[in-house]
Design a protein around this ligand. Structure first.
Ligand code: 13P
Ligand code: SF4
Length: 355
């Protein structure tokens, strides 16, 4: 539905009133009505890199989810305030790994006698205390656009290195098998809800990749059967998916990559080409609208928005911006100094990786 013109006018007025005091970041999964007001849009890697681009901005309004706003707070100046327009915009995948559970896994690796060879790697989609755990323990953060380099870095840190990868088993498995030359037998899945992760100590000793049993509820819905169906019905269709999809879907796809990669691929695609895209629906719709000369379909039969990304809507955005104009700071996201210090170590290791 078109945005309420009154709200659009209010958002515009608030943005104008704040001028350079505010910097608005928008993740590619945000609604069109919110993306319209973003100074910078990007995937989670680009937004982490760009968060510090306006040190003079007093406020960073982060249109995305909680872990991204936390990372922006960690990566920006102490006097810059990061605001998340709706505090309920979390990420169910990030919630699948809690620090105490990660520490239990670490203890089990110590009991199995292998912890000294383990390098922890966390997906950006995790809380700040988990990033800090990685910083403290010689590990790194990765995103879907640099998982291959990050895993390469991690395997180079120690002789016979093993990786403990969390929270997304699919990104971990897809990268290990498709990019690092590992086999499915090199990977085991740690289930945080079972004693000892549901694994025997010798399984921990033999594995090269220990994958946390977490997943994205949005990307987890794409199925290999729909890929087959689309290939059978749309001649020449290209299947383009995000690496948070299940391994069976990724195996059947033509191209796999982060949201930024998906956008660049579609921009470079020839007119008349056909694409089925397996990622969040706001982005797929926006791409379809922006490229009417290409045939772009969604890789699912049902609606598939990320419900938490969608919580940031125009009313919440207007409320946050107008509060700033009125002199109050709503929904500020802050990370405590000790957590921030170590999470920054892990994030800076990521930002220093070769592009
Ligand atoms: P990217 O931004 O790395 O493409 O990841 C998608 C995602 O799920 C963010 O929550
Ligand atoms: Fe989390 Fe998935 Fe939503 Fe991304 S799309 S914020 S991984 S639930």
């Amino acid at each position: 539905a078109p945005s309420d013109p009154d709200l659009v006018a209010r958002a515009r007025a608030a943005k104008e009133a704040l001028g350079d005091r505010v910097f608005v970041l928008g993740h590619h999964y945000q609604r069109d009505e919110v993306i319209a007001f973003a100074d910078v849009t990007g995937d989670s890697f680009k937004l982490a890199r760009d968060a510090a681009a306006r040190p003079e901005a007093e406020f960073i309004v982060f249109c995305g989810v909680h872990f991204m706003a936390e990372s922006a707070d960690i990566l920006t100046g102490a006097d810059q305030k990061v605001i998340l327009p709706d505090l309920a915009a979390g990420c169910s995948m990030a919630d699948m790994a809690r620090l105490a559970q990660v520490e239990d896994a670490w203890d089990a690796l110590a009991d199995a006698g292998v912890v000294d060879s383990v390098v922890p790697v966390t997906y950006m989609n995790s809380s700040a205390d988990i990033k800090a755990f990685c910083g403290r323990n010689g590990g790194v953060v990765c995103t879907s656009s640099n998982a291959e380099v990050a895993l390469g870095w991690a395997f180079d840190q120690k002789p016979d290195a093993k990786i403990l990868f969390f929270p997304d088993q699919h990104l971990g498995r897809n990268t290990a098998v498709q990019k690092m030359g590992l086999t499915l037998d090199d990977c085991v899945v740690w289930n945080p809800l079972r004693p000892n992760g549901g694994l025997a100590p010798e399984q921990l000793r033999d594995a090269k990749m220990i994958l946390w049993k977490g997943h994205c509820s949005v990307h987890g819905r794409f199925s290999p059967a729909v890929v087959d169906e689309l290939r059978a019905t749309i001649p020449g269709i290209n299947i383009l998916v995000h690496p948070e999809c299940q391994h069976e879907v990724v195996l059947k796809a033509d191209l796999v990559g982060s949201t930024e990669f998906i956008i660049k691929t579609i921009q470079a695609a020839p007119a008349g080409s056909s694409w089925a895209i397996g990622t969040e629906l706001n982005l797929v719709k926006r791409l379809a609208n922006a490229h009417p000369d290409k045939n772009i379909v969604f890789l699912d039969k049902t609606v598939c928005y990320c419900s938490t990304m969608n919580r940031i809507d125009l009313p919440h955005f207007v409320w946050a911006m107008e509060s700033l104009v009125a002199g109050t700071v709503p929904n500020q996201i802050t990370v405590d100094p000790e957590t921030e210090k170590w999470a920054l170590v892990a994030l800076e290791r990521m930002l220093a990786l070769p592009a």
